[in-house]
Design a protein around this ligand. Structure first.
Ligand code: FMN
Length: 408
């Protein structure tokens, strides 16, 4: 039988060989303790993912500043206080030549009111209604605040490297701070960080060069970028392509393609049939840039994965939700035990309600399945949407609900 394409190794621009084409995309675990430190639950979950066969496993978003959290239970890495715990995490998750990359993030204006009464952003542009109910209006960053934040991203990455993570991913997608800099809707600055694409890209490029200089040319540095923010007047596909070309020239090792924000949650579509969200865009991009690209969103069957690799629409297969149900899906797809993963269509039984809070239900559901895996319990494949809602309410109260309203 012809070798499966998903099994083929791949070499990154820095020379690092990735053992296969499965890329476990970031999923916020919401498992940190009250000090925002990693816990035993992280170790259990990531050991399952490492044994599960993916070539690259990206962590859930790790925040660079404890004053700016995206949701309860975020891990924060500002300094070396948790180095021993991070080392254990990295050791557990890098067995069998698995790459473990830390996703590094700052929520900017997408930090809920319960987490920051005064969020920061490139410009003082609040989220639109009804989101504005849950997110305070942000304060525009000064030039010296920007310098401090660039340094924070770089120091978090350095701690990741010291701990034994084999790479980092800068979260520049989904409407968080870096993505707020990229979009003309949220970045209305008049200085060198606003206006032209080059200026809007400067924050990301500063972070990238800061990391490259500190971490060295052999360390894997990647970016998760929106193919568009899907808002009129926002960051466009054309701009994303330009940005990726600039990043490729600067020596980025891999770009993951996603799209959307809390206000336009394209990255988290729930579709009846298997539809890969950003594949057409990536296919065009693959023709113009020569770096590894990963499309994430919607992959469910081996057949579609093989097809996408054969058509050179993506270099790797980005997977998130399926791996919160079947952590060993890559291994099982490669050895023929499974041909794909069906995700349950969650429902409260009330159509109108499903439409209104479907995103929230899904987030709570997948978070709980990660917790089930971490504690050795069976995942719950039932369609009952009430269970995750009630568990989330019990765990975090209303705070949890509205921070989980986010749609990624
Ligand atoms: C529970 C949950 C948490 C997520 N957290 C993150 C995150 O921390 N960072 C990120 O870039 N994307 C995050 N995502 C989005 C996924 O990485 C991915 O882009 C999206 O789920 C689409 O891929 P899928 O169809 O394979 O699930 C999260 C998704 C889920 C379900």
């Amino acid at each position: 039988m012809e070798t499966l394409r998903v099994k083929q190794p791949m070499t990154l621009p820095n020379g690092r060989v990735i053992k296969n084409r499965f890329f476990k995309s970031a999923m916020s675990e919401a498992m940190a303790d009250k000090n925002n430190s990693p816990t035993k639950a992280h170790l259990n979950l990531y050991s399952k993912w490492a044994e599960g066969g993916a070539g690259i496993v990206v962590s859930g978003n790790v925040m660079v500043d404890r004053a700016a959290l995206g949701e309860p239970g975020n891990v924060v890495v500002e300094d070396e206080r948790d180095l021993p715990k991070l080392k254990e995490w990295a050791q557990t998750a890098t067995v069998e030549q698995t790459e473990l990359w830390m996703q590094i993030n700052h929520p900017g204006r997408q930090s809920p009111k319960s987490m920051s009464s005064q969020p920061v952003a490139p410009s003082a542009v609040p989220l639109r209604k009804p989101y504005a109910l849950f997110f305070a209006s942000p304060k525009a960053l000064t030039l010296s605040d920007i310098d401090i934040l660039v340094n924070k991203f770089v120091s978090t990455a350095l701690v990741a490297k010291k701990a034994g993570f084999t790479g980092v991913q800068i979260h520049a997608a989904h409407g968080y701070l870096v993505s707020q800099f990229l979009s003309p809707l949220t970045n209305q600055r008049q200085d060198q960080y606003g206006g032209s694409l080059n200026n809007r890209l400067r924050f990301l490029i500063d972070i990238y060069y800061g990391m490259r200089q500190t971490l060295g040319k052999d360390f894997s540095i990647s970016v998760k970028l929106n193919s568009s923010d899907f808002s009129p007047g926002g960051f466009t596909g054309k701009e994303a392509t330009e940005a990726i070309k600039i990043l490729a020239t600067a020596g980025i090792d891999l770009v993951e393609i996603s799209g959307g924000s809390y206000e336009n949650p394209h990255m988290f579509q729930s579709v009846e049939r298997e539809t890969i969200f950003f594949l057409d865009y990536a296919e065009q991009l693959m023709e113009t840039v020569d770096i590894p690209l990963v499309v994430t969103g919607g992959f469910r069957t081996l057949e579609r994965m093989e097809q996408a690799l054969e058509q050179k629409s993506t270099s790797m297969i980005g997977l998130a939700r399926p791996l919160a149900l079947y952590p060993d899906l890559p291994r099982k797809l490669m050895n023929g035990e499974m041909t794909g993963a069906d995700l349950p269509r969650l429902t409260t039984g009330i159509k109108h309600l499903d439409k209104k809070i479907g995103g929230l239900m899904a987030i709570s559901y997948y978070e709980q399945q990660m917790k089930n895996i971490a504690s050795g319990r069976a995942v719950d494949l039932s369609r009952n949407g009430w269970k995750p809602l009630i568990t989330s309410l019990k765990g975090h109260g209303l705070t949890g609900l509205y921070s989980a309203r986010k749609s990624e």
